[in-house]
Write a protein that binds this ligand. Sequence first.
Ligand SMILES: *Cc1c(COP(=O)(O)O)cnc(C)c1O
Length: 428
Amino acid sequence: MSTAGTHTSIPSLTETDPDIARLIDAEQKRQDQTLEMIASENHTSSAVMAAVGSCLTNKYCEGYPRKRYYSGCEFYDEVEELAIERATRLFNCRFANVQPHSGANANVGVFFALLEPGDTYMSVVLSDGGHLTHGSPVNLSGKWFKPVHYPLVYDESRPDYGYIDYDAVEKLAMEHKPKLLMCGYSAYPRVIDFERFRRIADKCGALLMADIAHIAGLVAGGAHPSPFPHCDVVTTTTHKTLRGPRGGLILTNSEDLAKKFDKAIFPGTQGGPLMHVIAGKAVCFHEALQPAFADYARQVVTNAAALAEALTGRGWHLASRGTDNHLMLVDLSRTDPDLTGKDASLWLEQAGIIANKNTVPNDARSPFVTSGVRLGTPALTTRGMKPPQMQTIADLIDRTFRSKGNADDLKAVNADVRELCRQFPMGH
Ligand SMILES: *Cc1c(COP(=O)(O)O)cnc(C)c1O
């Protein structure tokens, strides 16, 4: 991939649509010149992008391999079978549906397969790190079903402060008897105890679901415990730590459930599968099955630990006091009561550091303002950065947070960000 800002690799686009070609070039340049620290983002490989940009976009393949509604699917059957086989090998399970267009679609498929409208299920308090699709009142998961939310440990005198409050999960589960118990989060910095969740699910008679959208790459690379064999169903995205194309995935060991999920995705909730994206997923799984991917996953975690320590050393408070995985939440209010997540993320952007505002556990501010910033290391690690760079970046972030939004200060930070980016060009 060129860093010069010209896309000679797609001359047909430049010719046909110079407006879009120019915007793609500009976006490539933005990615090259900024530090991508949104915990859910990554830089996928040129091999994945080649598959996603291929002629496989042209075909209707409604149905599943060898059971299609249209002719001409012979090569697509092989593509999807390869994707399925690789996904099950990568995650150590028996069945995979590789057709969900996104993580949200994978979750809709699971709800459609396992729940009736009005059924009760359990997930974390959304402002404590949950996802929109885990019961938000504006989402189908909250409108058509009855979510009961479990808390984190908020008591700072406890050693498990900021962890899932497993005792509270058990108590609520016995009280509400949910059909489905969900774990897996969007902003949780600790390891998930799948075994403990299994015991609770067994005790209250629920099916256990893990949504590993964020940590899929860590699980695949052995840097986070696997949800299998403990979970009945696992959903994920393929574009976060797993570093593939944008998409979703449903995994299970149960043949009976696998059949239900297949029906729930097609014809239940989706039409024709995105076969070019499924090819991209197959490439991504192939890459993640290589030994080098385990090194990547470990490095993501090592880098996050180094960044967490460096930020703490500069006086910043992290939710749960640290991280075990690829992300951390800086609770700004502990250090500067006036600094909001909204301002901090805006200043970071002006400095060329891309991160998002985020509620912190027990946040007093609304989700539009917040008291926190979420930081992740997956994309930085893809660029080849290591703990020494995490020290440098902690310093850049610290300067930004303390800048009070001063334009000259932010400009100076941005110059250093660009220099660091130059030293770590996008690989591909
Ligand atoms: C990102 C995420 C999703 C949704 O993925 P999309 O591809 O954006 O639909 C679902 N669950 C969790 C926990 C996530 O973090």
